[in-house]
Write a protein that binds this ligand. Sequence first.
Ligand code: IVH
Length: 715
Amino acid sequence: MNDLFSFADAPSPEKRIQALRELLHHHNELYYQQALPEISDAEYDKLYRELEDLEAKHPQFHDPASPTQRVGGKPLDFFQQVRHLAPMLSIDDVFELKDAPVAEKELIDFYARLQKNLSRNNVAVTIEPKIDGVAVTLVYRNGKLDYAATRGDGTTGDDVTQNVRTIRNIPSVLRSTEIPSLLEVRGEIFMPNEAFAAMNAERDEAGLPTFANPRNATAGTLKQLDPKIVAARPLAFLAHGLGAYEGPELATENDFHALLDTLHIPRNQPLYHARNLEETLAAVAKINHGRHELAYATDGAVVKVLDRADRETLGFTSRAPRWAAAYKFLPEQKETRLLAITVQVGRTGVLTPVAELQPILISGSTVARATLHNQEEISKKDIRIGSTVLIEKAGEIIPAVVKVTRQADDSEPFSLFDHVNGKCPSCHGPVSQEEGFVAWRCTNFQCPAQAVTRITHFASRKALDIPSLGESVAEALVREDLCRSPLDLFALTLDQLGPLNLGSEEEPRRFGEKNAQKIIDGLQAARRKPLHRWIYALGIRQIGESAAKELARLHRNFSELAHSPILLELRSDTRSDAKKKNPTLAPYAITGDVATVAADSIIDFFYSSTGKDLLEKLTNHGLDPTSENYLPIPAAVDLSQQPLAGKTFVITGTLSAPRDEFKAQIEALGGKVSGSVSSNTSYLLCGEAGGSKRDKATELGVPIIDETQFSALLP
Ligand code: IVH
């Protein structure tokens, strides 16, 4: 009997599911909207798990609005487009408060326009912070979230319902005695400052790219097709406007706000009311002063007419309502001391000086560092260690040094080069500043800070053309410490490459064996690629494709290049001598300043420990690329001692090789080549035919020799 009774009394699964959903919605609301939880986390979890179990056992009662759906459903292929029920406009009138009196004038003008168009002196307005987030619209039908969409072009936007359902402070179900049949709420999705900072710190730690500011983080998150990623990110929503609506009349904005409160839809606050211009100005100033205490990023205030009938009278321009205006605030500036300057090495080896500051609270967060960009910027502003500097957050997020306000006693101008003792702070390799460039860079081929860039270049199409080895693979290889420099690629195995994670921790993406094999094959093919591709692939400063080709024309392999007498002759400190000593360099395309710069760069490279290391690694990996366009050049020798010294040749007729080759040979052996036969001509080197030159030589008694006779003259 007892059993029977309890059986009859037990709610059906459907009823229990409904009851649990109700209960969890209620507790969510208390927790997220009112910050007044009534039950412990453990009690909440217990109810949650019970619901999860029941829903799994009875899939026929699935409801996207269930509290369990907060974790996100299946990934989408793309976002559907939604046509907005009412256009989603923005505000045209954004006045920058650059110059306070001017901005105030704009505000006065806006208020005066309201007075004129409404034909009365006192126009009630509200003033609230402008949220730096992403605009969305939420459509509730009969109390259930029907869909959520981004603004898009104002007429149609992306359907981001799945993503929005994961946002904890957005109710999926409205619970009240009186619910409008249609309610379209407009507002902003944003990432609270603290949550943003924590998330960025976590990403940084994990080696993932960080977001520049909360707005970017929000926009990037909402664009995710996988709602599980969105669920893991700390987004929040605040309402600030009404779209389409069917329900009890809302006369003023106050009624709308009261409705939002009853329905537990979170709305933007603080919200100030003003009845005249003075109060409006005071409220804007109040928001400006208090804005850094807000949980979210704000860069301005929005002023809106309170009365809905007044709004209708005022109407719209083509893009924006005449009843609203937005004012942007100037970034906050504060003074602090510059304690030290540290130097970071970027991905391309550029050294970036960073100001280490006495920590200071500015625009709502503590600033302890700011980039100083480069030496030029430091010199221009005469930034010195120990000085007092003015700091602001550019775009309210990235701190910047505006200027020096007080120079420290006995301070000295800052020199980046001296500061790092001419060495890269990351690898202690040499640094150099190229002519015409402001940046100092580390030139070390194996500098860990540059590994990704170097590997990517090494594998690029014009270099060694290794398929499937792009930036994301290079990044993963460096992150996993599988590669520190390009030649490390030759030690990689399929087992190491296949499982490589190219995604993030939240969104892993496996590289896979098929792609891995492409890299292995590509590396194998690279072994046989000609020397000039290899030289270019090393990414030595100043050595582009054509310089690499030139170098391969003059050297057979890396060993020759590394010990090249030609380049030693050409380098800047011996350049003038080189020209005197060895005029035969002239016919070879590497002349003038370009040749000098290239020669300097190659010599510096191979004389550095990096270059020596490279040669060793090439040997270790059995790599010995050879030139496919080698055309030897005679060594720098005393030409007057050469066998053909003092002899002048004229070349004519068809020979077994291009005339240039014979010319080079003659010159290398101290002889000269002239274009026309004269009494000074020693020999006419004559191939088949020969025409007028042969006749002239016969006439002048100049010896005429063929190739065989020519060879006999050579040593
Ligand atoms: S009221 C008809 N209030 O800023 C548009 N907008 O440039 C009335 N925004 O499109 C908008 N915080 O996306 C309003 N407290 C706030 C706002 C706000 C941020 C956004 C909104 C709007 C844009 C205006």
